[in-house]
Design a protein around this ligand. Structure first.
Ligand code: GLV
Ligand code: MN
Length: 195
């Protein structure tokens, strides 16, 4: 979903003081082979959190050589029962492959049709751009998936945080009306996500 590149590469200078759509290139004379390799997805993510999952990003912010190339990847680790909560990526379609374990993968269309399947190692899924989706570890042990995106920085709108943990907060009366619950329910959900 990102624009086409006009050159072979443009390794991001993340600390540049000018601001553009993406990042300016670091000078080609300073680029080395190391720029084009990234071992940030080799480590198991820490799943000891309220969701029991952890997303490790291999995007332009962690792997600057992806700048202008229109692709990125995530590693997602799951504890048994862990959930990668409902979220969407405003700038990318996502396709993933299960590396380990057993994952329920689901998404909902703009027509509110739910599509889902339980997948095991080697099986793939696709989440069309912008649609709300999740994964849940339904196996006995840990699970692992690698997801690929057609954007250097797909962005993630993580619904629990977007709706109940924004800064400043969405007013309670908006959420009580939207979800047809009492204010105490909204306050209770908000309290789970406030740090
Ligand atoms: C999984 O859905 C991910 O966005 O990494
Ligand atoms: Mn996703």
């Amino acid at each position: 979903a990102d624009p086409d590149s006009l050159q072979d590469f443009c390794v991001a200078d993340l600390s540049a003081s000018i601001s553009v759509n993406g990042f300016p290139c670091k000078p080609a004379s300073e680029v080395t082979s190391d720029d084009f390799f990234f071992d940030g997805l080799t480590k198991v993510g820490d799943t000891s959190n309220i969701f029991g999952s952890n997303v490790t990003g291999g995007n332009v912010l962690t792997f600057p050589a992806l700048n202008t190339l229109g692709i990125s990847m995530n590693r997602v680790d799951f504890a048994p029962g862990g959930v990668n909560p409902p979220h969407s990526h405003p700038r990318a379609t996502e396709s993933g492959v299960i590396i380990k374990g057993k994952l329920l993968v689901g998404f909902v269309t703009t027509g509110n049709v739910y599509h889902s399947k339980v997948l095991t190692a080697g099986q793939m899924f696709v989440i069309p751009r912008g649609l709300v989706h999740f994964q849940k570890n339904v196996g006995v042990g840990k699970a692992l998936t690698i997801a690929a995106f057609n954007s250097q920085l797909p962005g993630a709108v993580v619904l629990p945080f977007t709706l109940f943990a924004s800064t400043p907060s969405i007013p309670d009366d908006v959420l009580t009306r939207a979800f047809q619950v009492e204010e105490k329910v909204v306050k209770s959900i908000k309290s789970k996500f406030s740090s």
